[in-house]
Design a protein around this ligand. Structure first.
Ligand SMILES: Cc1cc2nc3c(=O)[nH]c(=O)nc-3n(C[C@H](O)[C@H](O)[C@H](O)COP(=O)(O)OP(=O)(O)OC[C@H]3O[C@@H](n4cnc5c(N)ncnc54)[C@H](O)[C@@H]3O)c2cc1C
Length: 322
């Protein structure tokens, strides 16, 4: 196995657009990596997505231009990445977004490469070429640092919106087109496809304002008041995990470690205790306002402003004043 001193990032695309998490990963790797940061991009023949990627200043973009592979399934993309590594050498690290796509491809590739993979990282740093991967562990009550000393590439998926994206003009940037990469899958393989129901709500991951509801404000009138307040604030409604059991909400609305990481300018927490699994998803919220009847609620430690009292009354009063 030839290990090359490069740190690779998988560029996630959707409908001929780069998923912004890719820019966040490039910025983070530029900040922590001494070795070249290389983005692996799969795009159609006519696409020019490398122009968008280049604004964030990786050292290199490897572009696999293949119209069929753009619509390939996860196994085909895994084949392509596996063969790319055979062609170019094994990178020191290979980072994927912790999205539905990244969480599916990364472990398939890891199994092929017999490498190590840390899922859902909240932070990354290097000690020499060793990647220190931070993620919540042990019932999610502590943050753990994980290393993969013996295998390469060191693979990780990292959460969207944990790192911020910054544009950077890298004069050293090179773009390499990779052609004739084999990725066809074994024709004997049977693929079963499961179609997931469409999303029921707008995406809270990119929302600028969020009204978040917890178990302390889950009555029908409480939910209605929160929805009216959200409408006035042009905000999305998010929830803690217990509320995903209600018919009104799904996992797409859930904020936190096993839900979505959010980074709104304004986050209103109504009747939320502030469990570590919830607060893991709100670290990048700018202004946090919380209402809770318990003056010692953990959520207040994460809040810029707080109200001790009934969350529904607080939401009603706020709405009336807007
Ligand atoms: C592996 C794992 C992953 C998890 N992932 C997530 C996740 O991604 N997201 C998530 O949210 N949870 C997650 N959880 C669950 C998490 O541990 C908590 O149980 C959950 O966040 C609690 O939600 P809550 O704050 O709404 O409810 P509670 O903890 O029950 O808090 C309710 C709060 O409401 C207050 N209250 C009560 N009545 C009122 C009122 N009238 N007005 C105002 N305040 C009131 C109470 O004082 C209390 O603080 C996970 C758990 C595990 C084990």
């Amino acid at each position: 196995m030839t290990v090359i001193k490069e740190n690779w990032i998988f560029a996630e695309t959707e409908l001929q657009k780069i998923n912004p998490v890719t820019y966040q990963l490039i910025t983070k790797m530029n900040q922590i990596s001494h070795d070249p940061v290389v983005v692996v991009l799969i795009e159609g023949q006519a696409d020019k997505l490398e122009n968008q990627l280049s604004e964030y200043g990786p050292d290199k973009i490897m572009t696999i231009k293949d119209d069929a592979l753009v619509n390939g399934d996860d196994l085909e993309i895994t084949n392509a990445l596996n063969n790319l590594i055979k062609l170019k050498g094994t990178p020191n690290t290979f980072i994927f977004p912790a999205t539905v796509v990244g969480r599916s491809i990364a472990p398939r590739l890891q199994a092929r490469l017999r490498a190590g993979l840390t899922a859902d990282c909240l932070d990354l740093k290097f000690e020499d070429d060793l990647l220190i991967q931070t993620k919540p562990s042990y019932g999610d009550n502590i943050m753990c640092e994980i290393i993969i000393p013996d295998h390469r590439p060191q693979m990780a998926t990292a959460r969207p919106n944990v790192f911020s994206a910054e544009k950077y003009d890298n004069p050293e940037l090179t773009i390499e087109d990779i052609t004739n990469l084999d990725w066809q899958k074994d024709s004997n393989l049977e693929i079963k496809t499961q179609v997931l129901p469409p999303k029921t709500s707008d995406d809270i991951a990119t929302a600028k304002r969020i009204v978040a509801l917890g178990r302390g404000d889950k009555t029908d009138p409480g939910i209605k008041t929160a929805q009216q307040l959200a409408q006035k604030l042009h905000a999305n409604v998010g929830v803690t995990r217990p509320l995903t059991d209600l018919d009104n909400f799904t996992i797409d609305d859930q904020i936190g470690q096993s839900g979505q990481t959010v980074a709104p300018e304004l986050l209103l927490n109504l009747g939320i205790s502030g469990a570590v699994q919830y607060t893991a998803g709100i670290a990048n919220a700018k202004v946090v306002v919380s209402a809770n009847t318990d003056s010692k609620a953990q959520i207040f430690k994460y809040s810029d402003y707080y109200f001790v009292g009934n969350a529904q009354e607080f939401a009603k009063a706020l709405e009336a004043n807007l």
